[in-house]
Design a protein around this ligand. Structure first.
Ligand code: ADP
Length: 228
């Protein structure tokens, strides 16, 4: 259904254009804009579905990398500023130097970026998005805190289900696929970690990724993969 709708819209437009003899350039441009939006939406969906199926079907990694999370987050903060663009969110990053993770850089990037992307999309222009990475109970946690619209408590337990959205129209209008948090959940599972969501309607949300000591590495606690 999620893929069929944009495909049907696109097919409809192509069919219409095929039978038109004469069309004004501005009308053609209008049609092409809708077609472009629909194909971009399908592209995002297919990308997210492929990411998700790879996460679900690939065997546990045997080789973990040591991921320099503060460096990774510095790059993601720059991407966040680009995503925010004209909306000019106030984006801050506080990362504990030298605090690293054992895992997959690619997967962690995808999970963290999904959370950051959501914080920006569900926070009105000019709002704040705070990124924090620090030690917690011998492990580590990554927090994305936004001053956005927040989420009513009854929705929170369902947010990581595929295609679950509080407001479908709003999600789609901002380029959402409804798969972001499912991807986050699977990446965290593959890192022995879990997601905590705290939110208050109208005040904002905290999405917290909690990693166990066996996955974390810092100057005082240098572990190597597999010995944790
Ligand atoms: P989507 O592509 O729809 O954003 P996600 O799986 O990333 O899909 O998120 C699922 C739903 O959770 C969203 O549709 C939205 O309703 C809600 N949500 C996610 N992040 C936030 C946030 N930071 N603030 C408010 N609501 C959020």
């Amino acid at each position: 259904h999620e893929l069929r709708t944009p495909l049907t819209v696109l097919g409809g437009y192509i069919e219409t254009l095929r039978h038109i003899e004469k069309i004004r350039p501005e009308e053609l441009r209008k049609h092409l804009t809708v077609m472009h939006e629909q194909s971009a939406r399908m592209q995002r969906l297919v990308d997210d579905l492929l990411t998700l199926s790879k996460l679900e079907t690939s065997p546990p990694r045997t080789q973990d990398e040591t991921v320099d999370v503060p460096a990774l987050l510095a790059g993601l903060k720059e991407q966040a500023e680009i995503l925010s663009g004209e909306s000019r969110h106030v984006i801050t990053l506080e990362a504990e130097p030298g605090l690293k993770l054992l895992g997959s850089r690619e997967e962690l990037t995808s999970a963290f970026l999904n959370l950051i992307n959501n914080a920006i999309r569900y926070t009105p222009a000019g709002g704040t998005v705070r990124l924090t990475w620090h030690t917690r109970n011998g492990g580590a946690e990554f927090i994305v805190a936004d001053s956005g619209e927040g989420i009513a408590p009854e929705h929170i337990p369902h947010l990581t289900e595929r295609f679950y959205r509080v407001d479908t129209g709003r999600s789609r209008a901002s380029g959402g696929t409804g798969l972001g948090l499912s991807i986050v959940k699977h990446v965290l599972l593959r890192h022995d970690a879990h997601l905590d969501i705290e939110s208050e309607l109208g005040r904002g949300s905290n999405f917290i990724c909690i990693f166990p000591p066996s996955r974390t590495q810092n100057a005082r606690n240098p572990r190597s993969a597999g010995t944790g």
